[in-house]
Design a binder for this molecule. Structure first.
Ligand code: KQY
Length: 349
């Protein structure tokens, strides 16, 4: 699995629509997704998977350079439901199609049913005429990051959660990751961002900015439960070497907020059975780490928060050769994730 900072052929997204997750019939989320797609399309082609009955709405909302592909899904998190692309030394690209259970199935998952989501990876790969490996492992793409040089980072909170693969041991899970992604070294972190409904996806907590260097979600507030989580992640990363036996350099980026869902935002979401409620006062798992690395660019979330300016400066310093674009992304955060979670890179040459 290449690092995200390696060249891409294109970026995949899915169009949001479910009114029991996205407020006001998903109109504000659709605007934010459209802004993300347009920002990424300045750097690489973007394909948007859209359900049949949203085709016209999406076409009207998106500029012509965004390719629209008919794909049915239960929600719009293609990082998790799309394929994980892998590439061999001859530059042949294939896709890993993981099993998916909506972040925990009937034991704490976010919605039921999720049958359309389970077809997303296959449909993307069929559209691209790319062969797939069907993996017998429940895994979401947001729960792993690789450096493209044999190292993978993940969290115990997610991958060892009994609501994912209760019959597999830690070693068996490691072996699946090694086999499908061709990694040699797995660095296990403890928990993800406080109150992250994905059971602690690593893509909200930290990421590789290049081989050997990590950017970590941080807070200086010792009274915030996030402090202990980030300190634990820091200690584990600092105590690890990667697959190439390098010590990792760790950069910190201060979290926004803490951010909470307002009454108005909550009231805009339809309440339905079998779907996790979006309640007023819920702490939102906002993180600047949840950005997308495009060819020559970074598209990062902003929250109209006092930490936005410093976060953007930090990302610009860490990626001096890329153009950094900030998108006001609270509407994406209200749905439970952010820009990295709604994108999936397809590697190129
Ligand atoms: O972290 C991600 N990769 C996805 C977030 C999904 C949230 C579902 N509501």
């Amino acid at each position: 699995m290449p690092g995200e900072y390696e060249p891409h052929e294109k970026c995949w997204m899915l169009w949001p629509e479910r009114p029991d997750n996205w407020r006001l019939n998903a109109a504000p989320a659709q605007k934010a997704f459209s802004q993300v797609a347009q920002a990424i399309s300045k750097f690489e082609p973007v394909a948007m998977g859209v359900s049949k009955h949203q085709l016209e709405t999406a076409r009207n909302a998106l500029p012509p350079e965004i390719e629209i592909v008919h794909i049915e899904s239960d929600d719009a998190w293609i990082r998790d439901t799309g394929p994980t692309f892998v590439k061999n030394d001859n530059n042949d690209v294939r896709g890993v199609n993981w099993d998916f259970n909506a972040w925990g199935g009937l034991d704490g998952g976010i919605y039921f049913p999720w049958d359309k989501d389970t077809g997303v990876a296959r449909n993307v790969l069929t559209h691209e005429k790319i062969d797939q490996y069907k993996a017998c492992l429940i895994l979401e793409g947001g729960s792993i990051h690789t450096d493209g040089q044999g190292t993978l980072i993940t969290t115990e909170e997610c991958l060892l959660n009994p609501n994912r693969n209760p019959d597999l041991s830690k070693i068996q899970i490691e072996n699946h990751l090694k086999e499908y992604l061709n990694v040699e070294k797995i660095i296990w972190l403890g928990k993800g961002v406080f109150m992250d409904e994905t059971d602690g996806h690593v893509d909200n907590l930290c990421c590789f900015i290049k081989p050997g260097e990590i950017l970590l979600h941080w807070t200086d507030d010792k009274t915030d439960p996030q402090y202990e989580i980030s300190c634990d992640a820091f200690d584990r990363l600092a105590g690890s070497v990667d697959a190439k036996k390098r010590k990792l350099k760790i950069h910190k980026i201060h979290q926004p907020g803490p951010l909470y869902m307002t009454e108005e935002e909550s009231l805009g979401v339809e309440k339905r059975p079998n779907v996790a409620p979006r309640n007023e006062g819920n702490r939102l798992a906002g993180s600047y780490v949840n950005f997308y690395i495009a060819n020559g660019g970074i598209v990062m979330p902003l929250f109209d928060d006092p930490h936005d300016k410093a976060a953007m400066e930090k990302i610009k310093t860490l990626f001096p050769d890329r153009i950094v674009t900030g998108i006001y992304a609270r509407e994406i955060l209200l749905g439970g994730g952010n820009i990295h979670c709604i994108t999936q890179q397809q590697p190129g040459v």
